[in-house]
Design a protein around this ligand. Structure first.
Ligand SMILES: Cc1cc2nc3c(=O)[nH]c(=O)nc-3n(C[C@H](O)[C@H](O)[C@H](O)COP(=O)(O)O)c2cc1C
Length: 190
C-alpha cells in the first residue's frame, strides 16, 4: 500500500475476530511505534500486549473494578463487562511513561504516546490488520493499572484492539476548508 493512500484511507475496525496479528506483523507495528515524534527522544511510552488468555483475565479485573464501585451489579451486567476485552483476539495497552525533563512537559510526552498509538494503527492497516482504539473509565482505574503493572508515573492512554476486520469501511475525501485557514496576522489589529 502506498503511504499517501494509507494516510487517506485508514479506518478503524470496531468488529474484530481472529486471527490475531502474527509475530512478524507485530514487529512491523513496534518499529512504526518507535518512529513516533518524540521531543528529546525520551521514549516516554511502552506497550503491554495481551493475548486471548490475558484478555479473559483482564475481563475479570474489569468486573472486580466495576463491582468495587457498584456492588449491586447483576450477573448479566458482570458478564457484559467481562466480555468487553474479548471483542478482539489481542489488545495492546499503550502506556505513557512520563519522565521529568526540564524541556519536555507531560503534555508533550502524552502526545508522543498518542502518536505511537496512531503509528500502530497505520502499520496495522497497511498490513491488513484491523485496529480500534478504545478508552473509557477502566484506563484510569487503580485495580486495572495495578493488574497490568502500570506504575505511578504512567498513564494508560488507550487500549488498541487488534485482529482481523470483519469489514472495512470506505471513506471519502473531506472538505478541508472546514478545518484549514490561512493566517492573516498583518491585517489584524493587535
Ligand atoms: C484517544 C481515543 C480514544 C477513543 N476511545 C474510543 C472508545 O472508547 N470507544 C469508541 O468506540 N471509539 C473510541 N475512539 C474512536 C475510535 O478509535 C475511532 O477513531 C473512531 O470510531 C473513528 O473511526 P475511524 O478511526 O475509522 O475514523 C477513540 C479514539 C481516540 C483517539
Amino acid at each position: 500500500m502506498q503511504a499517501i493512500e494509507l494516510l487517506h484511507q485508514r479506518v478503524s475496525s470496531p468488529q474484530l475476530e481472529g486471527p490475531a496479528p502474527s509475530a512478524t506483523q507485530l514487529e512491523v507495528m513496534y518499529q512504526a511505534a518507535a518512529r513516533a515524534p518524540d521531543h528529546a527522544c525520551l521514549r516516554p511510552w511502552r506497550i503491554i500486549v495481551l493475548d486471548k488468555e490475558q484478555l479473559v483475565a483482564l475481563g475479570e479485573v474489569f468486573v472486580r473494578a466495576n463491582v468495587a464501585k457498584n456492588p449491586q451489579l447483576t450477573e448479566q451486567q458482570k458478564k457484559k463487562i467481562a466480555a468487553k476485552p474479548l471483542r478482539a483476539p489481542m489488545i495492546m495497552t499503550i502506556v505513557a511513561h512520563l519522565k521529568d525533563h526540564p524541556k519536555v512537559p507531560e503534555i508533550e510526552q502524552l502526545i508522543t504516546a498518542g502518536c505511537v498509538a496512531h503509528a500502530i494503527e497505520l502499520a496495522a492497516f497497511a498490513q491488513g490488520v484491523g485496529a480500534m482504539w478504545r478508552s473509557g473509565g477502566m484506563m484510569f482505574d487503580d485495580l486495572v493499572k495495578q493488574s497490568l503493572g502500570v506504575q505511578a508515573n504512567e498513564q494508560i492512554i488507550g487500549f488498541l484492539y487488534l485482529g482481523t476486520a470483519k469489514k472495512i469501511r470506505q471513506v471519502a475525501a473531506v472538505d478541508s476548508s472546514q478545518f484549514v485557514s490561512w493566517a492573516d496576522i498583518s491585517s489584524t489589529a493587535v
